[in-house]
Ligand binder design. Sequence first.
Ligand code: T3D
Length: 261
Amino acid sequence: MTYQTILFERGAGVARLTLNRPQRLNAFTTQMHKDVADALTCVEADPEVRVLLLTAAGKGFCAGQDLAERDVQAGPLDLGRTTRTYYNPLIRRLVALPIPVVCAVNGVAAGAGVSLALACDVVIARSSARFVQAFSSIGLVPDAGGTWSLPHLVGQARALGFTLTGGTLSAATAAEWGLIWKAIDDEHFETEREALVEQLSRGPTKGLANAKLAIRHAARATLDEQLDIESELQRKCGLTDDYKEGVSAFKERRQPRFAGR
Ligand code: T3D
């Protein structure tokens, strides 16, 4: 399947979705939303895919909404409609995917590009990448889940400071704040990205999916509720082939061979 605005391939348990409008720092157009949505439908329907890698072509990751698509002189725009139609379903689908989603931030992320990265499960960034909270520069509120993920990840003080000043964070600061998992030296970025993706593609997929579910659920739960969720998810994990394999491998002093079931 070929697309106008993304590259998409599947193989060896990995789906790779690369935003591909490098001349516009991979800013989102309506066509890109449609292409990404279609690729996600393929991922959701393919039981062989055990990890999704989201990254981008060229020197940028994603500059958020393509502002060339917004004719502000032509009359009022209903941005509530565009976020409801495109950004909200995208974020909901990424978070709901029952596999790990790795985001490899290869360059600058701005506006909804930041929010998009933060919706992924494991976010790594090139040391030279930066995160720009561009919304306030054009009079908008962070969208694509940004007002939810930011304070959850870094706390209210940093979320407000970053957002209201339209600030820029280096990858190193983003990692230090807990916005992302890791900043990686540019020269080691691809190698580490591939090692991470390979590790996750060979992992106990159902266990990883349940861990993702539990950790994401914690943001809106009490400890009591969370203990119950853990028990229920642990019950499910205990019935998987991968649990049997993991314990057997430990006892036999060998590496486990998880089948993702
Ligand atoms: O509309 C709705 O549906 C509501 C939803 C909104 C979601 C949002 O994301 S709102 C926020 C939109 N994004 C921005 O405001 C970011 C705008 N871009 C920038 O601030 C800067 O470009 C960056 C900080 C991202 C990077 O700066 P720099 O100096 O590294 O690169 P540059 O030279 O500014 O950009 C390179 C090219 O990409 C340039 O084109 P040119 O001059 O070489 O032909 C630039 O115009 C283009 N570009 C960058 N960002 C966008 C863009 N073109 C269209 N839309 C963009 N968002």
